[in-house]
Write a protein that binds this ligand. Structure first.
Ligand SMILES: NC(=O)C1=CN([C@@H]2O[C@H](COP(=O)(O)OP(=O)(O)OC[C@H]3O[C@@H](n4cnc5c(N)ncnc54)[C@H](O)[C@@H]3O)[C@@H](O)[C@H]2O)C=CC1
Ligand SMILES: O=C(O)CCC(=O)C(=O)O
Length: 414
């Protein structure tokens, strides 16, 4: 099955357009990125050969503020994927009422095949390539799939060497030692937990009786496991690229994280039974949390899904066709642009802290995250109920309302 995430984004905008009373021209603008930079990155590998990688950085829309969004390293990264991810960032930042637009970047590469030195060279080549396309008040990158605080530090360092002065807020998701924010590493999952808690309250569900399956065991997925365990929700299945693991009594989070660090996979964890990713998706968990890549829930597997709630920690994990079938069957889908917005919300806090030079303790970060993300949840939940539409449509209605209002006030730019 061929999936084009950019087509998904455009379909989602069209679906929401039916419920918003604004000039159709705004939708035409919102379905196109403003600009995209493509760079080729020659890197000398450890064996002496030169390999040329391709990278992109997309500026989707900046009506509400500087472009904002992560950088992905993956073999599937391509131009349209980067555009879609930048478009989703535009909607996400508006949902959370952040003073940011949307951007995203990526390199087509397989980081697991690169040594640490090669990874640093590639990262610094990319940072140099996009340095004229980013800036504290222009475009502020952050981590995404297969990128991490160390990679953010190399990008910040390269940028500052080019400019010749300190610029901590040019990028977020940095290590705390070089201007990162406390609470950023767990922020995507922490935000997901706050949103899920509000949804469970709204549905009158009791945490203690619930089970959950998580697809993808990286930054977002593994922190989600730890936090759900603290909430008393049993995580019965998790997976990564190499397979999955299942235990109906619940998988212990710290031990599984340790196993993953040691073996680079959750497979063969002694306190569970190996399963495939497809078996995870069709498990009998009440809550399914896709935390890997786009389009993982699609026409080929949607009819297997038994969960009552899907919390989209990944960006774009459910195709529009699958979403329609699930919604018709009464499944609640909590959309990515709300469910995983904790990452960019705490990135915003990091940007503010870097600009002011005053750093906050973790409980302050968590409290501010809670306030902002639960406000966004309540707004979307209210619109969903009043207009009798899906949560994703409600999120797009509120976001597109804000973005188009800003475009109208500014005047449509040349
Ligand atoms: N890191 C962040 O701050 C944010 C990440 N996200 C989204 O969350 C998702 C995950 O991102 P991270 O956790 O940061 O990335 P990561 O690179 O830390 O982890 C990705 C995980 O997904 C797994 N995975 C990849 N393909 C898979 C497949 N076909 N089947 C099962 N597992 C698979 C990998 O093995 C890995 O465990 C992405 O969609 C990303 O865009 C969203 C908001 C913020
Ligand atoms: O923290 C950020 O700025 C963006 C994180 C991200 O890439 C995302 O929310 O998809």
């Amino acid at each position: 099955m061929q999936l084009n995430p950019y087509e998904m984004l455009k379909k989602q905008i069209d679906d929401a357009a039916r419920y918003i009373d604004i000039d159709p021209e705004y939708f035409d603008i919102l379905k196109e990125p403003r600009e995209i930079l493509e760079v080729s990155l020659p890197v000398r590998l450890s064996d002496g050969s030169i390999k040329v990688f391709k990278g992109w950085r997309c500026h989707y829309n900046n009506a509400l503020g500087p472009y904002k969004g992560g950088i992905r390293y993956h073999v599937q990264v391509n131009r349209d994927e980067v555009i879609a991810l930048a478009g989703w960032m535009t909607i996400k930042c508006a949902v959370a009422q952040l003073p940011f637009g949307g951007g995203k970047g990526g390199i087509n590469c397989s980081p697991a095949d690169l040594s640490i030195d090669e990874l640093e060279k590639l990262t610094r080549a990319y940072a140099l390539g996009i340095s004229r396309f980013i800036g504290t008040d222009y475009d502020v990158p952050a981590p995404d799939v297969n990128t991490n605080p160390q990679i953010m530090a190399w990008i910040a360092d390269t940028y500052e060497k080019i400019k010749g002065f300190s610029q901590p807020s040019v990028i977020t998701g940095k290590p705390v030692e070089v201007g990162g924010s406390l609470g950023r590493s767990k922020a995507t999952a922490q935000g997901g937990v706050y949103v899920l808690t509000e949804a469970l309250k709204a549905l009158n569900f009791n945490n203690k009786d619930l089970s959950c399956a998580i697809e993808g065991y990286g930054n977002a997925g593994s922190y989600m496991h730890l936090l759900l365990e603290k909430m008393g929700i049993k995580v019965i299945a998790v997976s990564d690229t190499r397979g999955g693991i299942y235990n109906p009594k619940g998988l212990p989070a710290s031990e599984l994280k340790e196993h993953k660090m040691k073996n680079r996979t959750v497979s063969n964890f002694p306190e569970g039974e190996n399963i495939t990713d497809r078996e995870l998706l069709s498990s009998n968990a009440d809550i399914l949390i896709p935390a890997a890549l786009e389009g993982m829930i699609n026409e080929t597997n949607v009819s297997d899904i038994k969960a009552k709630i899907i919390l989209e920690l990944a960006n774009g994990p459910v195709t529009p066709q699958a979403e329609k079938m699930l919604s018709d069957n009464g499944v609640l889908i909590i959309p990515d642009v709300l469910a995983n917005s904790g990452g960019v919300i705490v990135s915003y806090f990091e940007w503010v802290q870097g600009r002011s030079g005053e750093y906050w303790d973790e409980s302050t970060v968590d409290k501010k995250l809670y306030n902002r993300i639960t406000e966004a949840f309540r707004e979307i939940w209210e619109i969903k109920g009043r207009k009798k539409i899906k949560m994703r449509e409600a999120a797009y209605v509120t976001a597109i309302g804000r973005i188009s209002q800003a475009m109208r006030i500014r005047g449509i730019w040349p």
